[in-house]
Unconditional design. Sequence first.
Length: 682
Amino acid sequence: MNTPTIQRTVRAACPHDCPDTCALRVTVEGERIVRIQGETAHPPTQGVLCTKVSRYAERTDHPERVLTPLKRIGPKGAGQFQPVSWDEALADIAARLRTIAARDPEAILPYSYAGTMGLVQGEGMAARFFNRLGASRLHRSICAEAGGEALLQTYGAKIGTHVERFAESRLILIWGSNSITANLHFWAHAQAAKRAGAKLIAIDPRRTETAEKCHQHLALRPGTDGALALGLMHELIVHDWLDHDYIERHVEGWPALRERALQWPPERAAEVCGLTPEAVRQLAHDYGTTAPAAIRLNYGMQRVHGGGNAVRLIALLPCLTGAWRHAAGGLLLSASGWAKAVKNPDALERPDLLAGRTPRTLNMTTLGADLCHPGSPTFGPKVEALIVYNSNPAAIAPDSAQVIAGLKREDLFTVVLEHFLTDTADHADYVLPATTQLEHWDVVCSYGHTWVTLNEPALAPRGQSLPNSDIFRRLAAHMGLDDPCFADDDRTLIRQAFHEGFDIEALLRDGWVHLDVPAAPFAEGGFPTPSGQARACAPGLPLPDHVPNLESPERTPALAARYPLAFISPPARHFMNSTFVNVASLRAAEREPLLELHPQDAAARGIVDGQPVRVFNDRGEYHCTAHVGERARPGVVNGLGVWWRKLGRNGTNVNELTSQALTDLGGGATFYDCLVDVAPLA
């Protein structure tokens, strides 16, 4: 008689780069995943998961999962490997790194980002390892740095309106966010507000799924958000839709900002943005006369050269109207500052292991240029070793032709910790099998809400895979690094990740903890800036302004004459950056790489819906299928990303076209500051 296998339920947390940071309920039978659900008792999740994460079992048990260490046996990029033992792989890697470090440890570069947002499997043990070596540091800038720096300059911290309060708003500006696909749980609150009579307005160059369900959509040109904010300020001033008391007590530099805004009447702002003056006036009227009014700003709009200035200007809008007085007013771009107050990165990442050294910092956005740089007294040593974890730079880094050229260097030693043979892993000397979120311990904070969530392993590691933390522990041991901190296990790391006073026992017992934060963070001012005020300008801090795109008729007219279409690359609905692209059910839902064109631009080029096209500029070309319709505004084309290069039509993806230029603030990536042209593909 067969004994029935008992099912068990495990608490987990979504690790991906999404503001929702959902709590998961994983049902397991033996070592088989039965189902993955949203945790109903977790207030931000409320039992609901996106399509991607609900199919996470398909990633963990994917037939192409890397389950043993692999050593390259073919040309770089060919993806030809042979299995080896962990001891053989780690011994060889350690020997190579020791040799390089003996010459100059800064020739070793870690490259990672948000493949997991977990504190333990992200930069915990990895940071200890690289700090102990004295390796080059990485400026992790590729997603949100311009907007984050703008919030720090304006508010003093990356904090904002609590997401659940949007349900009580009377007007919501969804600015640069396709919330249905990228912030599902915020959208639930926005829908609740809509049912209660609130007006929803989408501000986005693309007619997204979210924009279609709002009352109004303003399709401005990419990179003109700052001009629109200045046009709104103009109208707030001339119609006196201002909270003078709030401004006087809580806004530093208002006279200079007022003078600048008065130079931006609706006609000027509309011309720059590609809108009508009436649309600017109506938006200002709605925002200036409705309370509470809230802005859900997202990171797409700051991926242009002037993105930092634009975020500063938009962040000042609720300060001028006094919208911050209301818990359901204000602005949310990031809530990560709340968690920063309880995190203890010094204890987790151990910067003291640098022992007084100050290694150079390389920007992850300029990886292509850095890998191809020969080295110099100012640049430092040539990069000789690249250790990649939680990222797929061959697919996600800009100007990918140069990234690939760097990865193909025979004198570059590359190690990739991965689940699959991605575009980057294909160029590795060693691929080390990493566990997925269902197979290790971790803890995840959120940049979209104010809960900290625990992740317990639901399964034993598949095959020979190991957690990132254990891979770096073992590598440290092979290199003879015997510091006691490398013996800390993952549950110890979870405890070390937070300052004393954080209720770690509640986290381990209940699975999540809510941070102690005020309901209306700036109702009485109290901005964490030197002056205690929101800053339009201050000593050493210039006044924000509209900064045109680097690639635009205003800045580069000759380039714009050759490449007249602005190109943006918003995420495909069923992918998370380059994650999930190889999950068959999700790739089938996306079907193929697409380029959205407005009918006017398609007709001018003899392109019809469904036709193969090539998108090109001086950096390269990308082949995909044309989708002709109203999702694109005239003069702008939308290349949905980020497909793996080797799954594309011509072995490239959208980042063949994007540049390594940096944003005005924070040194971020300028993915949406890009000019192209499009032609039928023979």
